[in-house]
Design a protein around this ligand. Structure first.
Ligand SMILES: [Zn+2]
Length: 273
């Protein structure tokens, strides 16, 4: 390889930060506070992380949701078709995102349950990173050794491979540059959900009601729609949301805030790379 020695991904595995990242710089320290959550299904972000998303939006972060599938298998209703369910769940996801202050929601349209970490999927994610320029990316821990959903595992792997090195190196998916996108972007860090050993904890005490409303927006996916009961349950449980934080160790570089610039529509951004 003639490429310069790359930066590398190093998990905060407890030796460096003793489990709470207390010695690490604050999340998004190198800015510009743009977070892109790339997950498999509508509700994946909100059921686990809606309180954190609400907090970050409240603090001025620009947040984007990307869902690889529209969750077209998630029903026990014998009369529901896949197309109807996908449309319903996309609307539910958009409603939840509005509750939290998310800037945009993008669906990639892959079939639920069969996601694979293909070069095509990776390219679509790279295209989004080069378009929206997130400094923090959220996804599933695709390498969790315990039981995991096929789609959660594969989106986690695809996102990780998109973050490094494909988004950074212009010769990956050179058609993006031809289409007018800046060909290189560096993501600063990742937050992994569903990790066996989380090491980053967000206190969401002040955002319980918003979290409940975002969860309730996924009407087809929950059995009880009693808002007061849900808020009571959330308040009585652990009021933290947990992640594994993976910082990309390299010399920090100031990054442009793509959110202030014109960006393609969700539909065009979700097109094939
Ligand atoms: Zn899921």
């Amino acid at each position: 390889m003639n490429l310069p020695l790359p930066g590398f991904l190093r998990p905060n595995n407890g030796r460096r930060n003793r489990g709470d990242n207390a010695k690490a710089p604050p999340l998004g320290a190198d800015g510009p506070l743009t977070l892109m959550a790339v997950m498999a299904h509508p509700d994946d972000i909100d059921f686990g992380s809606a309180g954190s998303i609400a907090k970050w939006c409240d603090e001025g972060w620009t947040v984007y949701y990307v869902l690889a599938t529209s969750g077209d298998k998630g029903t026990h209703d014998p009369d529901m078709t896949r197309q109807e369910l996908a449309a319903l769940r996309e609307e539910e996801q958009r409603a939840a995102a509005r509750v939290l202050g998310v800037k945009d929601v993008i669906f990639l349209g892959y079939p639920d349950g069969f996601l694979q970490a293909t070069p095509e999927l990776r390219g679509q994610i790279v295209r989004l990173f080069r378009t929206y320029k997130p400094d923090v990316v959220m996804t599933f821990d695709g390498f969790r050794p315990s039981f995991n959903h096929n789609d959660h595992r594969n989106i986690g792997i695809a996102v990780r491979d998109a973050v490094y090195p494909a988004t950074r190196d212009r010769l990956y998916y050179p058609e993006h540059a031809t289409a007018g996108l800046a060909p290189e972007h560096r993501v600063n860090e990742m937050l992994l959900t569903g990790a066996d050993k989380p090491d980053y904890f967000v206190d969401v005490s002040a955002y319980i009601e918003k979290k409940a409303d975002a969860m309730l927006a996924h009407h087809s996916q929950i059995s009880s729609h009693d808002r007061d009961a849900l808020i009571k349950r959330l308040r009585s449980g652990r009021r933290t949301e947990t992640f594994k934080r993976v910082r990309i160790i390299r010399t920090p570089q100031p990054q442009a805030n793509a959110a202030a610039q014109a960006v393609p529509t969700a539909a065009s951004a979700g097109a094939a790379p």
